[in-house]
Design a protein around this ligand. Structure first.
Ligand code: ATP
Ligand code: MG
Length: 556
């Protein structure tokens, strides 16, 4: 029992205490994105944390669009966010909400605060408000409008709503404490005039609530019990509590902060990614080098791999950065038993087996995944002409090179032993053709007489392999080298994308569809690109290579 509590994260501990002490009967959490961009891996953490807690405690999970700021919001983002949350496996069922549906109640709450003398209309400009606010070491000054009567405030606020004032001419401020050591409590602005069209409410409103006022009300209206947000809102919590208390909600929600998820050498900031998109350095928000959910999906990541990753990251109160290699570890682990293994040659050289009868081919049956027999088998045809990868041949091999070189015998995976006899070079000295002989008795790649070969290499049949494009990725930035150059330009990794146009893959991938993925033996995991791949021209993204120096941290 004791041990069980120990392994719970601090949010679970708070929830369990609230449940056992009767502060909350049924858990309700929410994910509250602002529809102003695409979701990224950090958001995935918040989504899975919130939906996971709801599931764990048999509670409810709401998806709520925090659409109180009409300038930056777009319907396009609402749709992409819904698709991403669903894909990640977080189910909001019928609990989809929009903060803008609560504008009326927020307005009524503001009126209530005015009547309680807890809010007033101010004539100060934004700049004056900043000046009056004071500093961390100096108390703020009273707003000259703070003494207005309830009647006058009600009339002015009504006029704000009716459109009598220009943007910035008047604001509504909460009356709290201009001397508070917490700057957020120095009579924060809770409503502003903004003559803007809203994607949901159109031109109905020309006053909009500020985030710190709107968010607690949204949570309270929906019956959210635990409002989980990131650390930068810690200083806002007293204001959150003030709003739900003064608004007199019966079961006020509780704000809990946790540390954001950061990945090393990966930037998630919207501003940075927007710049990469606008400068056409990447091909949109779903470029496979990015870590938006859409990009990860396109690259070939699975929801399960992201769930595993988030689980391994844990929940903490202090900011830290997680190694990108951990995300790679999670996708490798997830695909290992799920995907068929096929041979693919990324940089082809032709091999001709001189003693193999011309015109003859044979179908070899190969297991799709040696570690998971349920995946069945497929066939690959073996013939006189094949392709192998350029790096599997060397004219003058160093010591301990066991792959193909003149005079050496190697195993062609699943097929035969072959010995290289000679090769042909073009005028630039590039090897264009390798000649071998095969041992018919070694069929299946088995030694006929106990003699050993040290190297096993992959190959594809030259006449019927599928020609495809393969894209290899590396991080776009090297954080240690700095995200920006001195002149303000972006400091980019020139090798973040390598396009290989002339790859050959086993014929069985011929009908692969968007998002299908495979292990290319000895190379890594690859996924059919959902944007650029067509029936006649398959394009594969490398999700992750097979090799890793990554070791899973000791998780207790
Ligand atoms: P960004 O700063 O990357 O643009 P944001 O915080 O402005 O993101 P929101 O739509 O406001 O984006 O965020 C929705 C929710 O996701 C919030 O509850 C926020 O705390 C959470 N969130 C955002 N980034 C991260 C992160 N890196 N790790 C965990 N949660 C995050
Ligand atoms: Mg935000």
């Amino acid at each position: 029992m004791e041990r069980e509590t120990e392994s719970k994260n601090f949010i679970e501990q708070i929830i369990e205490k609230d449940l056992s002490e009767g502060h909350c009967k049924a858990v309700c959490t929410r994910f509250p994105p602002e529809p102003n961009g695409y979701l990224h891996i950090g958001h995935a953490k918040s989504i899975l944390l919130n939906s996971g807690l709801a599931k764990e405690y048999d509670g409810k999970f709401n998806l709520r669009f925090d659409d109180t700021n009409p300038t930056k919001e777009k319907v396009e983002f609402v749709e992409s966010i819904k698709a991403d949350v669903k894909w990640l496996g977080a189910d909001w069922e019928d609990r989809l909400f929009f903060a803008s549906d609560y504008f009326e109640e927020m307005y009524e709450t503001a009126v209530k605060l005015i009547k309680k003398k807890k809010a007033y209309v101010s004539d100060l400009s934004a700049e004056e408000i900043r000046e009056y606010r004071g500093t961390l070491t100096e108390a703020g000054k009273e707003d000259p409008s703070a003494g207005r009567s309830v009647e006058e405030n009600l009339r002015l606020f009504e006029e704000m709503k009716e459109g009598k004032y220009q943007d910035g001419e008047k604001v509504l401020r909460a009356r709290i404490d201009m001397a508070s050591p917490n700057m957020n409590m120095r009579d924060p602005v809770i409503y502003r005039v903004a003559h803007m069209t809203h994607h949901n409410t159109g031109d109905k409103w020309c006053i909009y609530p500020m985030y710190d006022f709107a968010h607690p009300i949204e949570d309270a209206i929906e019956g959210v019990t635990h409002s989980i947000c990131t650390l930068e809102f810690e200083d806002h919590r007293p204001l959150y509590d003030w709003v739900v208390r003064e608004a007199e909600y019966e079961n006020p929600p509780k704000q809990i902060e946790f540390a954001k998820l950061y990945l090393t050498n990966v930037v998630t900031g919207k501003r940075y990614i927007k710049r990469l998109v606008e400068e056409k350095i990447v091909d949109g928000w779903d470029d496979p080098r990015l870590v938006s959910i859409a990009a990860l999906r396109r690259r070939g990541f699975t929801p399960e791999s992201i769930q595993k990753f988030v689980e391994l990251c844990g929940v903490s109160k202090s900011n830290s950065s997680v190694d990108y290699a951990m995300l790679e570890y999670c996708i490798r682990e997830d695909l290992k038993l799920k995907k068929s293994r096929v041979m693919a040659v990324l940089d082809p050289i032709k091999v001709i087996i001189d003693n193999y009868p011309e015109g003859q081919t044979e179908e070899l049956t190969v297991v799709n995944n040696m570690e998971n027999e349920e995946l069945g088998t497929h066939t690959v045809s073996f013939g006189r002409e094949l392709y192998i990868d350029r790096e599997d041949f060397m004219e003058e091999p160093p010591r301990k090179y066991f792959r193909m070189f003149p005079g050496n015998e190697v195993r062609l995976m699943q097929a035969y032993f072959v010995t290289c006899n000679s090769f042909v070079k073009d005028e630039n000295g590039k090897v264009t053709e390798i000649h071998c002989t095969y041992d018919p008795a070694s069929k299946g790649g088995n030694s006929p007489d106990g003699r050993k070969v040290k190297g096993t290499i992959h190959w594809v049949p030259a006449d019927c392999a599928v020609q495809a494009e393969v894209r290899l990725y590396e991080n776009i930035i090297d954080e240690e080298a700095g995200v920006y150059n001195e002149d303000g330009s972006l400091n980019l990794n020139p090798n973040s994308l390598t396009v290989l146009k002339n790859c050959y893959i086993e014929p069985c991938v011929k009908d692969a569809e968007k998002y299908d993925s495979f292990q290319f033996v000895r190379q890594g995991y690859f996924c059919v690109d959902a944007k650029d791949s067509t029936e006649d021209h398959l394009v594969f993204n490398r999700i992750v290579s097979l090799k890793s120096s990554y070791k899973l941290p000791n998780t207790k």
